[in-house]
Design a protein. Structure first.
Length: 48
């Protein structure tokens, strides 16, 4: 009985961690796409 509960709790923690990691990666992707616009380039730099 205790082993079943332990396995279930370990599984729940693993699923929770996976969800947190997935949400964090989605949040970083969204902020990278919708972040502030890049600063305008100085006129002497053509490639930036």
């Amino acid at each position: 009985m205790l082993d079943d509960r332990k396995a279930a709790s370990v599984r729940a923690v693993a699923i929770g961690l996976a969800l947190v990691i997935a949400l964090a990666s989605l949040a970083t992707v969204n902020t990278a796409q919708a972040g502030p616009p890049p600063a305008p380039c100085p006129p002497n730099l053509k490639d930036c």
